[in-house]
Design a protein around this ligand. Sequence first.
Ligand code: UD1
Length: 418
Amino acid sequence: MKNKLILDGKQTANGEVRISGAKNAGLVIMAASIMAEGETVLDNVPRIRDVDVMLDILTEMGVVCRWNEDQSLSICPPTGNIDKPTPYELSKKLRASNLFLGALMGRQGEAAVSLPGGCDIGTRPMDLHIKGISALGAEVSLEQGNIYATAKQLQGARIYLDFPSVGATENIMMTACRVPGQTFIENAAKEPEIVDLANFLNTMGGRVRGAGTDIIKIEGVPELKAGRYAIIPDRIEAGTYMVAAAISGGTVLLENIIPTHLHPIIAKLQETGAHIEERESSLLVEGSADIRPADIKTLPYPGFPTDMQSQMLALLCRADGTSVVVENVFENRFQIVDEFKRMGAQIKVKGMSAIVQGVPQLNGSTVKATDLRAGAALILMALAAEGRTVIEEANYIFRGYEDIVNKFAGLGVTLTAE
Ligand code: UD1
């Protein structure tokens, strides 16, 4: 399988790109589909490696999944209980496999889930997920790398999250949907993907209110019915192509986006000098010849997304001045800095902060993707660098970016997979 991406710089991104469905909304909604009776049909699911792994896990669970001719995805769970733990070999590839905890609890009141993997960007514990499911009445134990949750009786509860964890909010929402009584999730995550999950659950007959605010109220219902649902566009994929325009001084029109989801990214890109024009479901980004420095703090939504931190770091490497980037969500998300330095970047990392001194020139080099978003950031660096960049471990990038070689080709950028 191809695991390298090669780009000869400098190149300018110019043209139109259609943004795919959101990875993080698609993955959780695929998991939630097992809670419904009958066949769920999902539109706008991205064709990426993480979705393939999720499909493999579902298939192992006895769920029948099928891509249809119109590009939609059908998911049809079996009638009986799903007892086997989600397989470790697959779960370790994907953090989102932890979402089967809430989906299985919501479906059948018990769950066996292998501890998840995913990008190595921090410790990524599951204490808040477990606390939430336990508050609803489940007994949770950890044996041989599996989380087992069982319950004699589940009951709605008031749950306060110490941190607005996306995964914990999603797991609790899914379980609470089928639990008698009312559940309140306080200090809930507010990401657009949470709202998408709530809309999906409500399409199936769930009663979820307040998603997108700090408090989500869920009233349990006895059953959920399958339906058809379209996943929102991927704001992080969109953000990545926005930075491609900004770092290369090009002009890119992004189609199929929801502009409000991009406001935190738009604001920062404007600070760096990019010109951005918002339309109803598209966005025009014009890079500027002079990139200005900017300070960034990653935060839960509507703060600046941690999943865009590496891409912005790449842009700031070319700024005329010094920027400070503070990572507040994951503790290990500056690993890519060493690779950036190989390309001539000047960055000092101190704890959770990176001090970036912009340089007038970057140079192509052989570098290695350290996680999904950091891998995408290397492509952005390569666009702006003189000479050839060879990105190894490009598999990380294919996990989350649909058709990336062809999408860049559409922008006039030659990116070759090898
Ligand atoms: C999701 C996204 C990921 C994104 C992240 C933050 C998916 C599949 N992945 O990951 O792309 O970067 O949101 O926007 O949707 N934490 C705890 N205890 C817990 C759970 C989380 O301490 O029980 C901490 C984590 O270690 C981390 C922070 O909370 O420091 C944020 O994690 P969380 O919001 O849960 O991220 P994920 O759901 O893993």
